[in-house]
Design a protein around this ligand. Structure first.
Ligand code: PMP
Length: 354
């Protein structure tokens, strides 16, 4: 048993299941229901596999340049990783080393406490208010860094840039990470605040709004000093994090801005319609600016609905955790998928609701 005393033990993050059943409706991991931009398929179809003989560009230069151009920043302000989970993990490792607790909301992305535990970073959670909003005054206490998603997950609640800035203003001596995985569905990015705050890191992903969860591309934008430190750590872990196909296909996704805007607008339109349908069925939820809705039914327990949906081949996400155990996180799919969900729920609520 001796060697086991020295194992780095962690309780891992539990990812949403990835079933692959015919005719299922997958609304459990916030993927995009539409394919990536047409240019991605086109390039994938004519990709020269002989190039795979070589290591990929360790600096992911074309993708970094494409993102810098798109967001109007310098290439040395952009860091790319294997999904935003990789970017976030590297950022925890790089920036949260003071020994003081980092702060994040009590209801939030459930990977934050896992990375904190993995890297031995102390943390403290700050309770969201009863409407699921961040209370900025909670972030005025001494801390070793701050992280929160905006919009938040799994609630979908968006905080105004005034709130984000209030938190930044109170935390100028630590790194503040804004995880904008869902910002393209109606939120507002904190990127303009980079001009004022050199301790701000904005993290985004290709997994949701750019329909490329399978390729694993995430990135962050910040002051060039922050990005330099991130790169030092990344190059001390693995030089070639991002594979060649991902680097090339990612550029194609950035290039097609029209497709990006049309797709995200379509998802937002579906989301707004589904909100109305869910309300009529007796569901309530905080107003979501993400590609999911966090809904609780007035009379039927969430866990019961979750199992019934699963039986019917409709997958949503459910957590049996404090504060959120009576809500279901429902990803916005195509209109047709959402019609099938609503039709199932109409029958179910008719039968079991009171
Ligand atoms: N941040 C938040 C808030 C998320 O919900 C997710 C998706 N699980 C991620 C980051 C990571 O996404 P990815 O690694 O696919 O970019």
């Amino acid at each position: 048993m001796k060697w086991e005393d020295n194992v780095r033990r962690v309780v891992p993050y539990v990812a949403g299941e990835q079933p692959n059943k015919p005719d299922m409706i997958k609304l459990n991991t916030n993927e995009c229901p539409y394919p990536p931009a047409p240019g991605v398929a086109e390039l994938a179809g004519r990709m020269d596999t002989k190039a795979l003989r070589l290591y990929p560009d360790p600096n992911t230069t074309p993708l970094v340049d494409a993102l810098a151009g798109y967001y109007g920043v310098k290439p040395n302000q952009v860091f790319v990783g294997v999904g935003s989970d990789d970017v976030l993990s590297m950022a925890f490792l790089t920036f949260f080393n003071s020994g003081k607790p980092i702060l994040f909301p009590d209801v939030t992305y459930s990977f934050y406490d896992v990375w904190a535990d993995l890297y031995r970073i102390p943390y403290k959670t700050c309770a969201l208010d009863q409407d699921w909003h961040i209370r900025p005054e909670d972030y005025r206490q001494p801390n070793g860094g701050v992280i929160f998603p905006n919009p938040n997950a799994p609630t979908g609640v968006f905080e105004s840039l005034a709130v984000v800035e209030e938190i930044l203003e109170a935390n100028r001596d630590v790194v503040v990470i804004v995880d904008e995985a869902y910002v393209d569905f109606g939120g507002e990015s904190a990127l303009p605040l980079l001009k004022k705050y050199d301790n701000l890191l904005v993290v985004q992903t290709f997994s949701k709004s750019r329909a490329m969860a399978g390729l694993r591309i995430g990135f962050c934008i910040g002051n060039e000093k922050l990005i330099g430190y991130l790169n030092d750590v990344k190059f001390s872990v693995n030089s070639y994090t991002m594979n060649l196909p991902a680097q090339r296909l990612g550029v194609e996704a950035v290039r097609d801005d029209t497709y990006f805007k049309v797709t995200t607008a379509k998802i937002v339109g579906t989301r707004e319609r589904v909100k109305e349908e869910l309300k009529k069925l007796g569901f309530s939820f905080p107003d979501s600016k993400a590609n999911f809705i966090f809904a609780a039914h007035d009379t039927i327990p969430a866990e019961q609905i979750f199992h019934a949906l699963r039986e019917a081949g409709i997958y949503v996400r459910y957590w049996n955790k404090p504060r959120i155990s009576n809500s279901l996180r429902i990803t916005i799919g195509t209109d047709e998928q959402m019609d099938r969900l609503i039709s199932f729920l109409t029958g179910y609520v008719g039968k079991y609701g009171t």
